[in-house]
Structure formats: C-alpha cells, structure tokens
Design a protein around this ligand. Structure first.
Ligand code: DGT
Ligand code: CA
Ligand code: CA
Ligand code: ZN
Length: 574
C-alpha cells in the first residue's frame, strides 16, 4: 500500500468515529496521522516500528496499524467500523452542510445509507420532521446533492495527473516501442478532470490487452482495436486511443480539445476548403493530406501559430494565434520564490529550517514564512508578541541556506468587519503581509466585498490569499464582487494569489485573467504546510497559464531586488 492509500484508510476511520460520536482526541489522532502519512515523502510501508514512531503524531497504536496495512493490505479496526456502517455513508459526509451528527441521525432514524436514498427522503419531505432538521435544512441538503451531481465523476487535476502517470508508466513498461501522451482536460490543465484520455501511436491492437490488464482496472467499459475504456480504482475513467504515427499531431490536437476550440478550428478548415479530423487535415476535393503528423503542422496549415494547450478554450486564442500575438506564458523556470507557507509555529508540519532547506534545493532566491494570526486559534495562530518573536527567529536564519533569503511574513486573518487580526505596528515590522478570509464565509456579496476591500485599503497588506475560499468538489466559492476586488487590488498595489493547494486553485483561471486585465499583479503561492507541499507550485502555475499570465504578470518571477520595492512598506518609505 502506498502512502495515499494508508492515509485514506486513516481518514475513513476518523470519519466513521465521528459518525459514531467517539472521543474527539481519538478522532483527531487519526486525522493527524492521515495528514502525516499522506504528505510524507518516503513510503511508510517500508519503515519499521521504530522509524514509524519517529513520525510526528504516530504512536505505538498507529504504528502497529500502519504495519498491519503494509503487511495485510487491510486493517481490522477499519473493517470492524465498516461492519457497523455501510461505506457509502461516507459519501453523505462529503455533502456541503452535512456533518457527522446529521449522518448518524439519518442512518439511525431513516436507515439512509446512500446519497440517492437521502435525495429521495428530502424530495418526499421526510427529513423536515427529524429532530433539529426543518424544511430549510431539508432544502439545503437537496441543493447540496444537486451541486454534487454536477461534479459527479470529476477528480482534482493533481489526483488525475497522478493516476494518469501511473497508468502511462504501466503502458510504457509493457509496450516500450509505443508513444503515449495524455490529452483531454488533463493536458489543458483544467482544475478538475472528467476522465483520463491517453493517446497512443506506433502500436498494434495488442496494446489494448496491456491497457485492460493494468492492475488498477476495476471494470472494462469498452474494448476495441483502436479505442478502449476502463474504470480504475478510485473512480477514474480512462480512455485509450490508438492512431497511426502519421496521425499523431492531428489526434493530439483533436483529443486535447477543448470541444469549443476544436469547433472553431474545424470551421476555419472548412473555410479554407479543408477537412479536419483526428486523422489529419485533408483537401476537401481529393482527400489529399495537408498535415497531421505534428500539431504545429495542423495549426500552421490553418494560418495559425501553435497554441499552448492551456489556452485552447475558445477564449480569444485563435484570433491571437492568427495575429501572432499569443502571450509568452509563465513557466516553472520563471519562478524565483514562494511567498506563502506555514511552519510548526502554527499549523505547518515542518520547521522553518526544513522549509528553507527544501526551498534552497528548489533553487529559489527567496521564501516568505507566513504563519497564521491569532484569530485562527485552531491553527495555534500567532498574536503580535509571538509573531514578532517568530519573525526574529526566521530572519536569524538568513545566510544559512546558500543564496536563499527568508522573508518574515504573516498570513493575517481578515476579521468579519474587514479589520485585520493584528495591530498595524506589528504588521509594519514584518517583511510581507498576506491577508485572508478564514471565517464567516456566508456573508452576502455586499458585506463580503466591503470586508475584503477594507482589508486591501489597509496600509500593510501585500497579498490577498485564496480570494474566494472555494474548495474544489467540496465548498462553493464565497460570494464576492471580483471586478471590484481586482480594481481595488490594482489601485492599492496588492497582488492577488493563485493558491496552489490542490483543492483550492484559487483564484481560478477566469478570475486570474480578470485580475491581469485590471492591472492587478498575481502571485503563485503554495501555502505549503509541509516540505512536500512546496512541490505543488505546478498546479497554480497551470491556473496562471490558463489565465494567459506572462512572467511580468506574476510577482514571484521577480528577483528579490525587484520584489522588495513592490512591497507596501518600501513604497511607504519612498
Ligand atoms: P473532461 O473529460 O470533462 O474533463 O473534458 P475533456 O475536454 O477531456 O473532454 P472529453 O474527455 O469528453 O474529450 C476529450 C477531447 O476530445 C475534447 O476536449 C475534445 C475532443 N472531443 C470529444 N468529443 C468531441 C466532439 O463531439 N467534437 C469535437 N470537435 N471534439 C470532441
Ligand atoms: Ca477527458
Ligand atoms: Ca474522454
Ligand atoms: Zn496559508
């Protein structure tokens, strides 16, 4: 079992214990263990008992459970809990506004075990009379179910990328002569993906046996000579298509999509007396081939510059490609530092030193340590006194990690009325201030917008973090007027963050593009709570690219020398 699978078991145990109404410390221990294992770099299944017990938050009991999972693939305690509750009950817990108490109530009183059963009960008005329910909550549950159905079968970009990479590794191992490339929404870097699309060239139909023989295949949905579909463990659907080598470019183009981009391209072909499909670009009259072995060839024959996959959404990229004015998108090589991360001073899992050492290995010029402020008591947030003491410790490390500069910052909560959680004279003494909303998500649009605008007006805020608070496939964005926020950010010289946590990706592509158009700077930050999470930068980068962002649009592509004058404290001093 890999770390993710073990973490999954612990997370399920925590959920099930919560439904049972067990002791909160016990529940928290399993949650912490799930976090630790899920983000640990080395496989915990290969560790012995002593090494396991050295992991943060892992004691004797949890170490034994990890050994049990590693050796047998299951855990007796987990199985016992699943005897008490059907596993489908965990789907209920993932509905917005449905907590463990509600799940327990629904199960014990109405024997509701699945989302479908819950939907039925809500539609027929059977929930409203339960203790603590009422018609309003019933309606909210129904709405949450509808939201969920819109997302059904979709997965986070990062999870899809992992599942796809494992599948492609299997294919390459068993068919080394074949060329494989992931296409579809994954190649376009969409925030969630409906399925995994793999394109193969240079193989024979025997390849399909290799595909359906993959160890993680749960079910074969279709099996042909040029196209097969399977369902994988974890609920991913995967399609494999095989085309001849001379069609590789055409098929890459076709199956990368998006559908909207392809439709415009096909019309453009028709206007030129050509026919475009997944096998190539052909003259309408005599079916002779014009292009098809490369994507560049296809675009060129249509009078277009090659278009980066992230831009292929019919949002103006075809006009720009025709006029040769596509942007030079920001890429990993442009990134010089990371301006949002947490440490053990609050709710991070690694020490400042470990984060700095990892950043040095990544070749960064700078990082900002931005732990939480006091209102976030759950995360052990810092008050003014602790914030300044922490800052002093952070600064004292400068010089110890090669050319890396550590900036002492804070992630300061924006209080419900728009005031900041820490006093101005404390914020003034830090190198960088991030402001963010972590509470009162349900304010209406006017209130929320006023609240955030007020924070942007403060003298010290440099960055607004995860501006909409959304959690992909879990929590809707808060209601806020992004036009007004982008305009204010531009006016005050505050950068808007693209948060790289894999279930945030917040700002999204459309909002990030709006920010750039309004002249607000972007910053791509990991918000890492561990060393491993520093590697999540690529997912935010993908959002920035989908937003047409160039290196100039992104604050953390600057050298430290260029960055400093852009921070508010420098501008005030000037
Ligand atoms: P997803 O899977 O919902 O995340 O999004 P996609 O874009 O990966 O969609 P998918 O898997 O249905 O199809 C992959 C690509 O194949 C799609 O982006 C464009 C192409 N494609 C699929 N169906 C059509 C179609 O009916 N017409 C055209 N022109 N292209 C299509
Ligand atoms: Ca797809
Ligand atoms: Ca597909
Ligand atoms: Zn944070």
């Amino acid at each position: 079992m890999d770390n993710r699978q073990i973490a999954q078991v612990f997370a399920e145990i925590a959920d099930l214990l919560e439904i049972k109404g067990e002791n909160v410390f016990k529940i928290r221990a399993y949650r912490t263990a799930a976090e630790t294992v899920g983000t640990w770099a080395d496989p915990v299944s290969r560790m012995d008992d002593r090494q396991l017990r050295d992991l943060p938050g892992i004691g004797k009991d949890l170490a034994a459970k990890i050994r049990e999972l590693a050796e047998t693939g299951t855990c007796a305690f987990h199985q016992e809990l699943l005897q008490e509750f059907p596993p489908t009950i965990l789907d209920l817990l993932r509905l917005h506004g449905v907590g463990p108490k509600t799940v327990a109530l629904l199960f014990t009183t109405l024997n509701i075990r699945t989302v479908d059963e819950l939907a039925n009960a809500a539609r027929t008005g059977r929930l409203r009379d339960l203790k603590g329910m009422g018609a309003k909550k019933e309606a909210l549950i129904l709405k949450a179910i509808e939201e969920r159905q819109k997302d059904a079968g979709r997965h986070l970009l990062s999870d899809t990328a992992t599942a796809s990479a494992e599948l492609v590794a299997h294919l390459r191992e068993h068919a080394p002569q074949v060329d494989f490339v992931p296409v579809g929404s994954l190649r376009r870097g969409c925030e969630t993906c409906g399925d995994i699309d793999i394109l193969a060239t240079g193989g024979d139909p025997g390849l399909m046996e290799v595909f359906i023989g993959y160890g993680k295949v749960d079910r074969v949905l279709g099996h042909g000579d040029t196209k097969s579909s399977v369902r994988l463990q974890g609920g991913y659907q995967a399609d494999l298509r095989l085309v001849p080598p001379e069609s590789r470019g055409a098929a890459m183009q076709y199956f990368t999509g998006s559908k909207a981009h392809n439709i415009v391209l096909r019309d453009r072909a028709i206007q030129r007396g050509l026919k475009l499909n997944e096998y190539g670009l052909f003259r309408t009259g005599d079916d002779s081939r014009v292009a098809g072995d490369t994507e560049e060839g296809i675009y060129e024959a249509l009078g277009l510059a090659w278009v980066e996959p992230e831009l292929r959404e019919n949002r103006g990229e075809i006009e720009a490609a025709a006029e040769r004015r596509l942007p030079r998108l920001v890429s990993a090589a442009d990134i010089r530092g990371d301006l949002h991360m947490h440490t053990t001073a609050t709710d991070g899992r690694d020490e400042v030193e470990a984060m700095a050492a990892a950043a040095e290995r990544l070749g960064y010029a700078y990082i900002a340590i931005t732990d939480h402020s006091k209102t976030l008591a759950m995360a052990n947030g810092l008050d003014e006194h602790r914030a300044l003491a922490h800052a002093a410790r952070v600064r004292a490390l400068n010089g110890r990690f090669g050319g890396l500069t550590l900036l002492a910052g804070i992630e300061c909560d924006i209080l419900p009325d728009g005031r900041l959680d820490l006093a101005d004279d404390c914020l003034a003494q830090l190198d960088l201030v991030i402001a963010s909303v972590h509470s009162h998500f349900t304010q209406d649009e006017a209130q929320m917008t006023d609240r955030v605008l007020r924070a942007l007006e403060s003298s010290w805020v440099d960055i607004l973090a995860h501006p909409t608070g959304r959690l992909l496939l879990k929590r809707e964005p808060l209601r806020i007027n992004m036009e007004a926020v982008a305009a204010a950010a531009s006016r005050h010289g505050v950068a808007l963050e693209i948060n790289c946590q894999t279930d945030r990706l917040d700002l999204n592509d459309a909002h990030a593009r709006l920010a750039c158009e309004r002249g607000a700077g972007l910053v791509i930050s990991t918000d890492a709570h561990s060393v491993t999470a520093l590697g999540h930068l690529r997912w935010g980068l993908q959002m920035a690219r989908r937003a047409w962002a160039t290196p100039a649009d992104v604050l953390n592509t600057r050298s430290l020398q260029e960055l400093r004058p852009l921070l508010r404290r420098s501008r005030r001093a000037a």
